[in-house]
Ligand binder design. Sequence first.
Ligand SMILES: NC(=O)c1ccc[n+]([C@@H]2O[C@H](COP(=O)([O-])OP(=O)(O)OC[C@H]3O[C@@H](n4cnc5c(N)ncnc54)[C@H](OP(=O)(O)O)[C@@H]3O)[C@@H](O)[C@H]2O)c1
Length: 329
Amino acid sequence: MDEQFKALVVDSDGEVTEHAVKTVAIDQLHEGDTLVEVHCSSLNYKDMLALQHCGGVIREYPMIPGIDAVGKIIESTHSKAKVGEWVFLASTPAGNTHTGGIAEYLRVPYEWFLSVPENLSPKETMILGTAGLTAAYCVWALEEHGMHVQDQPEILVTGASGGVGSIALSILKKIGYTQVTAMIRKNSQETLVRQLGAKEVVSPEEFAGDRPLNHRKYHYVIDCVGGEVASHAMRYIYEYGSMAMCGNAGGIAFNTTVLPMILRGVNLLGIHTGDLSNDFRQMLWKRLATDWRVVGHVYYDEVTLDKIDEPVTQLKEGQHLGRTLVKIR
Ligand SMILES: NC(=O)c1ccc[n+]([C@@H]2O[C@H](COP(=O)([O-])OP(=O)(O)OC[C@H]3O[C@@H](n4cnc5c(N)ncnc54)[C@H](OP(=O)(O)O)[C@@H]3O)[C@@H](O)[C@H]2O)c1
């Protein structure tokens, strides 16, 4: 094991926040019983926010970002850990309050890791990453609230060109949902979302307006955008439909009235992957490895540690498509 290694480090003096690939020492990693040699990480919207000034993700600097990582255990004092075991993590405190995965080494409590499931390669866990976990959680939550494939409900996915949205489209298609509409902002994304299973495409502008309720269009919504998009989507949901709400890419304000809830019985389902139990995570990952296995359809590209600025800028400026892997080894 190298005592000195490379990591992406974000630092802030309160006025300016900067990031760079730096050489760091193992003892600069936060405490944890398990040390992993990272092979691959991935970029999520949250990782982009982590690099921004006042991005709301990191509170203590310097910090190594990266909420997703896969690699091999090289040292551990945990009784269940095996040296050489492939493990991964997605959406844990790593990369937020604990040094994270965009680095050659990662040290965290063993309990934060999951074993790489059968039927997924280590790289495939990162193609899916937190985005895949979130998409699976959204679909699971809607099915728990009455979404059944035999009814062929009308489903809207907002932010459909992004990591979460595109994987959600793929899962819905894989299970057999055919009446899926993708909300996108750019015509150039239409071919991709149709390939992933969307039968129709809408733009956010088509939803604008002040009416507290609109004509019914969708039984279920997976919302990755938040802000005005989510506020408007609520008004188009049929009686007793549900919206799984996971994102804030379009803003955190959520302006609605009580009418969708009290006149149509609409359910708003919050999606938060950060504090899920390991049993629940494992259940979702097992599905992503078996009956919801869509990883072969996920659009992704790959960059090395020193080339992450371009996809980060794309994520920030709304020019990013699908998923980006960060190849570490
Ligand atoms: N709750 C959780 O546990 C959890 C977990 C993972 C992710 N998330 C959140 O989920 C969201 C999506 O994550 P991601 O990784 O999929 O991000 P992403 O790859 O950057 O995708 C964001 C998507 O939102 C669209 N979008 C952004 N601003 C918009 C606006 N103003 N109007 C309409 N569409 C807009 C983008 O469209 P363009 O292609 O046109 O830019 C893109 O399709 C993020 O907010 C992320 O923080 C939450």
